[in-house]
Write a protein that binds this ligand. Structure first.
Ligand code: DX5
Ligand code: ZN
Length: 217
């Protein structure tokens, strides 16, 4: 059976206290960390890169790090991110010419492969590469910013994938929180990214637990 896993996005936390914020999320029950990397080209925003990820890794040893690469040239950051101790390299397929080649290279560097698509990208675009990957990320907002509204119309993609690939790890990201988690769970997502809903929660532990329990039901 697929495991329900909650991976908070630290994007909207106090980034001057990245380690403390991350450790707090883990103490409150987070299963992994979803680190949003933006390059100002693929999306109109900047966040953090491999030097910051590496410093965080030095302080947090045994936790699964996923980097969500919202960058125009994901090939460029495979080696540095592997060196920084990243476990899963999730990249957007939209700007990539040779997707199989990229998947091969990520694995060669010892990381798992995640394939991400934006809301406007049909699920058929990613389907052909599923066998080369460890996870598919269905974006439920336009990538670039935290705190946006969940796009329920993306759930047909999750449903389709779950129906055809019962063992596939399917992640949702964007606007996911207590009020939208049922949608995601019913559609069949098992890896849940949640940013502002978890970071801003009065009771982080209860919120993370609620998200996980809703998926596990
Ligand atoms: C959006 C990022 C998401 C996002 C999650 O570009 O990939 O990870 O920040 O934050 P919320 O849950 O606030 O939408
Ligand atoms: Zn993300």
């Amino acid at each position: 059976r697929l495991q329900a896993m909650i991976g908070p996005s630290i994007l909207n936390s106090d980034l001057s206290r990245l380690y403390e914020e991350s450790q707090k999320l883990l103490d409150n029950g987070a299963d992994y960390l979803h680190l949003d990397v933006m390059d100002g080209h693929f999306v109109p925003n900047l966040t953090l890169g491999h030097p910051v990820v590496k410093c965080l890794r030095n302080k947090i040893k045994d936790v699964f790090f996923e980097t969500h690469m919202m960058v125009s040239n994901p090939e460029q950051w495979i080696a540095p991110m592997a060196d920084a101790g990243v476990n899963q390299y999730t990249f957007h397929i939209e700007p990539v010419d040779n997707i199989p080649e990229l998947c091969r290279k990520i694995k060669e560097y010892g990381m798992k492969v995640g394939l991400a698509i934006k809301p406007g990208t049909p699920v058929s675009e990613v389907e052909k590469y599923i066998s080369m990957s460890d996870m598919v990320l269905i974006m439920t907002v336009e990538p670039g910013f935290g705190g946006q509204k969940f796009m329920e119309n993306q759930m047909v993609k999750v449903q389709y994938l779950r129906e055809h690939y019962p063992l596939l790890n399917i992640e949702v990201d964007g606007g996911v929180g207590p009020s939208t988690i049922s949608c995601c769970a019913n559609a069949g997502a098992n890896m849940i990214v949640s940013g502002t809903a978890v970071i801003g929660a009065a009771d982080q532990a209860a919120t993370i637990k609620l998200l996980r329990n809703t998926v596990q039901e």
